[in-house]
Design a protein around this ligand. Structure first.
Ligand code: FJE
Ligand code: FE
Length: 386
């Protein structure tokens, strides 16, 4: 009987579990125990609503991760049940279960507002990762949403043991390194820098006014920490992009909507820049074993499940386990966010500012190498940016 599906006695069991069974004369679907992520999901907070719509809501929340299994059962109910009212309820449940969504959708497990702080020489950054609330998210060590105006910038400084990915959202940054490599990246361009055994460089605003972007630090595995430095630069027009029903993606690393980035990620990484028009949605696969987060650049979005509260710009969202993430723009303004995921290295991390190694002994060695300009820092001897 369908009514058992909405029965409080069957729905509530213990504090945070829902037990339900669906059966008609042809099918029986028995779901022993489904964890509702938050107790308030099933608490009777909306007293005005009728009991059945309240329990329907709870059921939708509970079954969202079992939608593939439940959809055929519900479809059979829709044709076999007798009352109109129950048929409507089933149809409503089915319409809330997006069939393009995931068996195990990733949910937001942590939400942090990245407030302004000072960094470098007078620059302003919103630190997403590498702050006390979110120290790191293997393999990611740091991410800054930065803003610089002359004379501020990031003057001569070293890196070893990881990669920096700089993605411009406004203006330009001119970089110069100790090996004579230099250039300017502008809005929409990406510089994927593998520091490896060592790079010393400056990163300064290219001209007057405000220059903005995102800089992500990706750790390298112990085997790759001392590799030769390398740059991969992608001009904005060379970044693959795709669009589906009002959702646009720029693929900085990895693959989305059937397009692939040419960037080689030594530590396997996905880096996607999504822009969703009002009412657009996106369902993005993310490998199960990877760590993933999103950072909202502009607007507000609903992440995880459709009925969640929208989250506003400058929040970092850690995404829990699962095979993909769903995002909806239910606002009247554009939503822009980056979705970043990477295969965890599961190695010890010892960081001393811009040096990231596996052990304290390797950090001590790095400080010595930097001081005496050796083991990768040779070219530092007589170099200054200009
Ligand atoms: C750095 C202080 C720094 N975030 N975002 C210490 F400021 C930096 C550094 C940056 C940086 C550079 C750009 Cl272009 C954008 C940034 C920090 O350069 F590496 C250390 N160690
Ligand atoms: Fe740098």
């Amino acid at each position: 009987m369908l009514s058992s599906f909405f029965s409080p006695k069957l729905m509530l069991r213990g504090d945070s579990c829902v037990l339900f069974s669906i059966a008609d004369h042809k099918h029986t679907y028995h779901q022993k125990e489904i964890l509702v992520t938050k107790h308030k999901d099933i608490a009777p907070q909306k007293k005005k609503k009728t009991a059945s719509s309240f329990y329907m809501r709870a059921a939708v929340t509970a079954i969202a991760s079992h939608r593939r299994l439940l959809l055929p059962v519900l479809q059979s109910f829709q044709t076999s049940i007798t009352t109109n009212r129950n048929r409507t309820i089933v149809r409503n449940i089915m319409s809330e279960m997006d069939p393009t969504s995931f068996a195990r959708p990733r949910l937001v497990t942590k939400k942090v507002l990245a407030k302004h702080q000072r960094e470098g020489d007078g620059a302003i950054v919103r630190r997403c990762i590498g702050r006390s609330e979110l120290k790191s998210l293997d393999p990611f060590l740091m991410m800054d949403d930065f803003s610089v105006s002359p004379p501020a910038g990031f003057p001569d400084h070293p890196h070893r043991g990881f990669e920096t990915v700089t993605y411009m959202t406004q203006g330009g940054i001119t970089h110069q390194d100790f090996a004579g490599h230099k250039g300017t990246i502008h809005t929409g361009d990406v510089q994927w820098m593998t520091a490896g055994k060592g790079i010393i460089h400056s990163e300064m605003p290219a001209g007057e006014g405000v220059h903005k972007g995102l800089q992500l630090w990706i750790n390298l595995s112990s085997q790759d920490k001392m590799i030769e430095p390398r740059y991969q630069e992608l001009l904005s027009e060379d970044i693959p992009s795709a669009e589906q029903d009002g959702a646009e993606v720029r693929v900085i690393a990895g693959e989305s909507m059937g397009v692939r980035s040419p960037v080689y990620t030594r530590t396997p990484t996905m880096y996607l820049d999504f822009s969703l028009r009002p009412r657009a949605q996106v369902h993005q696969h993310v490998p199960e074993s990877w760590n993933a987060f999103a950072y909202i650049v502009e607007g507000e979005g609903v992440f995880g499940y459709q009925n969640k509260t929208p989250i506003s710009a400058n929040h970092v969202l850690v995404l829990g386990p699962g095979d993909g993430v769903s995002v909806w723009n239910k606002s009247s303004k554009p939503l822009r966010f980056v979705l970043i995921a990477g295969q965890p290295l599961n190695e010890p991390v010892v960081q001393y500012g811009p040096f990231v190694m596996n052990t304290q002994a390797e950090i001590d060695q790095t400080i010595e190498d930097y001081h005496y300009s050796k083991n990768g820092f040779e070219m530092a001897k007589h170099w200054r940016s200009h």
